[in-house]
Design a protein around this ligand. Structure first.
Ligand code: NAP
Length: 255
């Protein structure tokens, strides 16, 4: 069937753009997420621009049993996953630690950390058997720095980066590459999700400067997975020109 990439959280944003880019690169694609209508639209779009095979899978990555069921369901060539892009993730709320919403905290940890752990364990077992594979984890500038009122999201991304580095060590003898990409602000549905549908608040995050877009990250992931067999890009942090790190921006007022 040719090369196969599995991208989690592909119903929107970075995951969606990555699925389209890797399909253009010739990968057969498995896309996952909770919104099946979005995944089916993406499947049709990929088919319209390429000749690759596309499989959609709807499940909540927080649910351990659902992740296991999905991986067990894959058979034949659909199990031969060359690239796993761990992208599904979210921030919820923007509260001082002492005022944080416990349900939001659980969802961020269960998605960004535990979901990534569940799927990576199962896919890495497949990769170990095949003696090859590449796992790319979408982390964040928040994986090395913390910012005000974002404590649990930052903690979850610190954990995601730690997992990325530890997977790289444990999978080393098996020839499996592990990379992380840590973006700064990317204009996706991320802020709309964080602010629970408040469009005005979400838009204000990207005002006064030109943020990264989902294609910027997709292109970077495509570059990472297209390196020669003996090359691994370990960890990359990427921001737009107007962003120096997780919290310093050069925003122009009135623009
Ligand atoms: P987005 O547009 O909101 O996309 C998030 C994706 O994750 C969606 O496809 C969503 O699909 C999926 N997802 C969320 N919870 C899920 C769950 N429980 N089960 C399965 N899928 C789930 O945001 P994005 O910016 O593309 O975010 C992608 C990744 O980049 C995240 O890990 C985020 O933390 C990271 N990141 C984003 C930025 C940024 O500024 N945008 C910066 C740094 C890092 P469903 O809702 O359909 O399930």
């Amino acid at each position: 069937m040719g090369k196969l990439a599995l991208i989690t959280g592909a119903s929107a944003g970075i995951g969606r753009a990555t699925a389209l880019k890797l399909a253009k690169d010739g990968y057969n694609i498995i896309v996952t997420g909770r919104r099946n209508d979005r995944l089916e639209l993406l499947q049709a779009e990929i088919k319209s621009i390429s000749n690759v095979n596309v499989f959609t899978a709807q499940f909540d990555i927080q649910q351990r049993e659902a992740v296991t069921e999905f991986i067990n369901f894959l058979n034949g060539e659909w199990r031969d996953i060359d690239v796993l892009v761990n992208n599904a993730g979210l921030a919820l709320g923007n509260d001082a630690f002492q005022n944080g919403n416990l349900d939001d905290w659980d969802t961020m940890i269960d998605t960004n950390v535990k979901g990534m752990m569940y799927i990576s364990k199962l896919v890495s077992q497949i990769m170990v058997k095949r003696g090859k594979g590449h796992i790319v984890n979408v982390t964040s500038t928040a994986s090395t720095q913390v910012y005000k009122d974002g404590g649990i999201y930052c903690a979850s991304k610190h954990a995601a980066l730690a997992l990325s580095k530890s997977m790289r060590i444990d999978l080393l003898p098996h020839g499996i590459k592990v990379s992380s990409v840590s973006p700064g602000a990317v204009d996706t549905e991320f802020s709309l999700v964080r602010f629970k549908g408040n469009q005005q608040k979400a838009e204000s995050v990207y005002e006064g400067y030109t943020p990264l877009n989902a294609d910027d990250i997709a292109n970077l992931i495509s570059f990472i997975v297209s390196q020669p067999d003996h090359v691994n890009i370990n960890d990359i942090e990427v921001t737009c020109v107007a962003q120096a790190n997780a919290y310093y921006f050069d925003k122009k007022s009135g623009s």
